[in-house]
Ligand binder design. Structure first.
Ligand code: NAP
Length: 283
């Protein structure tokens, strides 16, 4: 029988534990603070930001939103980040991507203090991950690891194949899996014979952003399949990168879309915010 890796339920369970942690921190005088910066009026970004803020507030995390017009200059955005870097009540700074074309996203990420870089995209945090030092890790990969852990799925010795090499999913996930003793193959749009590789995966992660691209022929029977994709199919329905109906019967475990990786991403973001805020307790 295939196990459905329920991200919604798992996130709720982790968040109720986290809520108790936040309450005890507040009682000791530290309210975790998250600053969310949204530039422009991309509707999907507005929804992501709203969901993150709602979750933060439900936990007792103080969430401060900066909404800036699409015409915002890079200098203005960098100035806001500089102020947030110095604000002692802010533990995590999140700049929602993508940014408008006139702003260099890498310059903005690099301007966030690495120890407030709650998304883990700063080169210092990426470097910490790849050199096995403690640091902040991107929320989606961290959420995937937490989901696997919740279901007792160990990756040690397993062959993990990741489809997609983005800075926010594929690369940091590869680092986390490697640090937990998986053997990792990272694939991308130039990979030859992609499905010959994906068929070798004990753990297959689809993070390419192509609706229902991973079909039954791409999957080894018994594999654990993690679907990061959030895509629209031809009829406008929200689907993943995996053709769920044909892959689920083959897999030993699989994440649904929606209700898999998405809720775990937000949960991981909250966990990171609280971890960053704990430093203020001087414990
Ligand atoms: P991205 O930056 O566009 O990267 C996509 C990656 O997939 C690239 O490395 C690309 O290869 C590779 N790729 C594209 N088409 C391919 C193909 N036909 N065969 C093999 N590799 C292919 O995307 P992303 O930001 O990582 O996001 C990926 C998906 O995850 C999207 O659907 C996004 O909406 C979703 N997502 C979900 C969450 C969540 O919380 N659930 C979070 C983040 C992202 P090249 O490098 O060669 O171009």
């Amino acid at each position: 029988m295939t196990t459905i890796l329920d991200g919604k339920k798992t996130a709720n369970a982790l968040m109720s534990e986290l809520s108790a942690t936040v309450q005890s921190m507040i009682a000791r005088g530290v309210t975790p603070g998250l600053a969310v910066v949204l530039v422009g009026d991309d509707p999907a970004s507005a929804i992501y930001v709203r969901n993150k803020q709602r979750r933060a507030e439900s936990l007792g995390i103080r969430s401060v939103k900066h909404v800036l017009p699409a015409s915002t200059t890079q200098a203005t955005l960098l100035q806001i980040i500089a102020e947030l870097n110095l604000d002692p009540a802010i533990d995590g700074i999140l700049v929602q991507l993508p940014l408008p074309a006139q702003i260099d996203a890498q310059a903005v990420i690099a301007a966030i203090a690495p120890d407030k870089d709650v998304d883990g995209f700063h080169p210092v945090n990426m470097g910490r991950l790849w050199t096995r030092q403690p640091g902040v890790v991107a929320s989606t990969p961290l959420g995937i690891m937490a989901l696997l852990n919740h279901y007792g799925i160990s990756v040690a010795g397993q062959h993990a194949v990741i489809v997609g090499r983005s800075n926010i999913v594929g690369r940091p996930l590869a680092g986390l899996l490697l640090n937990q003793d998986a053997t990792v193959t990272i694939t991308h749009s130039k990979t030859a014979n992609l499905f010959a590789l994906t068929r070798q995966a004990d753990l297959l992660v689809a993070a390419l952003g192509q609706a229902e691209f991973i079909t039954a022929e791409a999957v080894k029977p018994g594999a654990v399949v993690i679907d990061v994709g959030m895509d629209r199919n031809d009829s406008g329905k929200l689907v993943g990168d995996v053709a769920f109906d044909q892959v689920a019967p083959l897999a030993s475990a699989i994440t649904p879309v929606p209700g898999g990786v998405g809720p775990m991403t937000i949960a991981a973001l909250m966990m990171q915010t609280v971890t960053l805020a704990k430093r203020r307790l001087n414990e």
